[in-house]
Structures are given as structure tokens and as C-alpha cells.
Design a protein around this ligand. Structure first.
Ligand code: 5GP
Length: 190
């Protein structure tokens, strides 16, 4: 069994983090991904308790007030947070815990847990990013504009991450991420 480690995956919405993390889970048997709480409305096809734990503003505030969140942030007008207890449990069980969160959350995690490994997923270009966001077909122009603004802010922080990968080829990006996670996990074991 390996020691528990914490991996934070950030990058603009539409960069393909979700797909990469799903691939990582298939390839690294002791990887586990945290499920966030959000006040955002579910998109078509999203299921409460699977993609997110969807919460009202009041429920979210209650978690903040009772220190139930390891980190939280407001992103494009909605609040998102990582439940603390499940992350701690899975780390204690020696798992490779993955958080798919924004840059504000990533730096809060680094402050609290300096051993966390921060990975930034870059889209091949801003044009590709916008195409992907439009391609989802689920978001209004206003939401897309907000997400493009947020993307510019996120990209300005990429050099503060421990590792960057460009998601222009899914197989290669997955292989790079899997290699990084395994290397860090093995190092921590030694
Ligand atoms: P989306 O609305 O596209 O699902 O997510 C928007 C952004 O919020 C993404 O960058 C995503 O990584 C981030 N996010 C999701 N969950 C959390 C969380 O628990 N904490 C923080 N800080 N960001 C999150």
C-alpha cells in the first residue's frame, strides 16, 4: 500500500480536466476523486450526488460555518467547495486523492497542506477552449463570456503550479498525468 497523497487538478472550465481525471481513475487503482459541493444549478445530464453535491446557498453557508470544507471559492457567480472529512478519510487510507478545483481553491489547499501536488491543465488555445464551451450546448452566451474571463485569470496563475500539461492529445495528456501521480506516490513511499 502507498501513502496517501493529495493532487489538485486545475485549469479553465472546458480544458478537459473531467475527462483526464476519469481516465486517471481507470489507470491508477488507488486514486480517488473528491465530489464537490456547489450552489450552481445542475447541467442537463448531471446527477446530484454523482457529479456534484448540489446545495442551496443556505446549505453551503452552513458547511462553511461549521468548517465542513477544506477550501471553497466563488467561480463565475457560484460557490464550490471540497468536503473536508471524506478527503481526510481517503488520505488516511493511503489513497491518491484528487481534487478538481479552481485556482483560488488550489492555493488554499497548498496553504493548509503544503505537501499537495498542484497540476494545471491547459487547453491548446483560448479559441479551442471557447469552441469546447460552445460545443457543450448547455450554456448561454453570458455564461460562456464569464467562463472565458475566468479562464484568463486561471491561465495567469499556471506558473505557480508544480506541473503543467497541455491537453491537446487526450492519450498523451493522460499518460503524462498518470506518470506524474505514480512518481509522486512512489517518492512519498520511499
Ligand atoms: P463547473 O461549473 O464547470 O463544473 O466548474 C467550474 C469551476 O469550478 C471549475 O474550474 C472546477 O474545477 C471548479 N470547482 C469544482 N469544484 C470545486 C471545489 O470544490 N472547489 C473549488 N475551489 N473549485 C471547484
Amino acid at each position: 500500500m502507498r501513502h496517501g497523497n493529495l493532487f489538485v487538478i486545475s485549469g479553465p472550465s472546458g480544458a478537459g480536466k473531467g475527462t483526464l481525471v476519469a481516465r486517471l481513475l481507470q489507470e491508477v487503482p488507488d486514486a480517488w476523486v473528491s465530489r464537490s459541493v456547489t450552489t450552481r444549478a445542475p447541467r442537463g445530464g448531471e446527477v446530484d450526488g454523482v457529479h456534484y453535491q448540489f446545495a442551496s446557498d443556505e446549505e453551503f453557508q452552513n458547511l462553511v460555518d461549521h468548517e465542513g470544507l477544506l477550501e471553497w471559492a466563488t467561480y463565475a457567480g457560484n460557490r464550490y467547495g471540497t468536503p473536508r472529512a471524506t478527503v481526510e478519510e481517503h488520505m488516511a487510507h493511503g489513497e491518491q486523492v484528487v481534487l478538481e478545483i479552481d485556482v483560488q481553491g488550489a492555493f488554499q489547499v497548498r496553504d493548509k497542506m503544503p505537501a499537495a501536488h498542484l497540476v494545471f491543465v491547459e487547453p491548446p488555445s483560448l479559441e479551442v477552449l471557447e469552441e469546447r464551451l460552445r460545443g457543450r450546448g448547455t450554456e448561454t452566451d453570458e455564461v460562456i463570456a464569464k467562463r472565458m474571463d475566468a479562464a484568463a485569470v486561471e491561465l495567469s496563475h499556471k506558473m505557480e503550479y508544480d506541473m503543467r500539461l497541455v491537453n491537446d492529445n487526450l492519450d498523451e495528456a493522460t499518460a503524462e498525468l498518470v506518470r506524474y501521480v505514480n512518481e509522486q506516490a512512489e517518492e512519498a513511499r520511499g
